[in-house]
Design a protein around this ligand. Structure first.
Ligand code: GSH
Length: 228
């Protein structure tokens, strides 16, 4: 299997955590795609994933699976023992619901803020991000506020259960974790009062699969091009 991704970016990081959790790191080959240089918006990559985003999984028979949730479902079920996407119908339903909320209320909201209300990933990508649209920044700032409301919502959830979708770590936790990492990068702080969310984050960052991937930071050249 081949994973098209880029170290350090939030959605690719979701799959790196999944691979570590499933012990599949050594079963995949990583193909680095230059996100800052907009390689993912070129014809060659768009032919593989018309959405023009990472990550993307390519199976040995050429099958292409995009979308972090779809890739996670595939990888989690490969050994017949799903540990991230639910075993029972109830678990599956709850995990799906919470992971969708994690995308809509946090990760994707941060992404819209980052790409539309800040310089985002820089020049090469601007042409793909609704150039000239007068209300773009305002929309991005509304999504930042939505992400902050999302953090408050997940803090509430975590006051009555240990993980985002219930008793066990799941795909929904991975999405919230990636959303908070993206919020850090985009300069959206986690309010001090969100103690349940903060404690959960520390706990999750100590899980072996998550700890293992936290060594995979942005490439030096990407950091330089992002202005760090
Ligand atoms: N819904 C997609 C989102 C993927 C996504 O937005 N990936 C980012 C990297 S973190 C990307 O490729 N961004 C490129 C861009 O926005 O041009 C998923 O779940 O995989």
């Amino acid at each position: 299997m081949k994973i098209y991704d880029r170290p350090g970016f939030p959605n690719p990081a979701r799959i790196r955590i999944v691979l570590a959790a499933k012990g599949l790191d050594h079963a995949v080959q990583f193909e680095s795609v230059d996100l800052i240089g907009a390689e993912h918006k070129g014809a060659a990559f768009l032919a593989k994933n018309p959405s023009g985003v990472l990550p993307l999984l390519e199976l040995d028979d050429g099958t292409l699976i995009a979308e972090s949730t779809a890739i996670t479902e595939y990888l989690d079920n490969l050994d017949g023992n799903p540990i991230l996407t639910g075993k029972t119908p109830k678990e599956k339903g709850l995990i799906h619901m919470m992971q969708r909320r994690a995308e809509s209320e946090l990760l994707d909201a941060v992404g819209i803020y980052f790409h539309h209300a800040t310089p985002g990933l820089g020049e090469a990508l601007q042409q793909f991000k609704s150039p000239g649209w007068a209300h773009r920044k305002e929309w991005g700032e509304r999504e930042r506020d939505k992400a902050i409301r999302g953090m408050h919502y997940f803090d509430d959830v975590l006051r009555s259960q240990p993980f985002i979708a219930g008793e066990n770590f799941s795909m929904a936790d991975i999405t919230v974790f990636a959303g908070l990492a993206f919020a850090d990068a985009a300069g959206i702080p986690i309010d001090e009062e969100l103690t349940a969310l903060r404690q959960w984050r520390v706990k999750v960052s100590e899980l072996p699969a998550v700890k293992q991937r936290s060594g995979q930071n942005f490439e030096a050249d990407d950091l330089r091009r992002m202005g760090f």
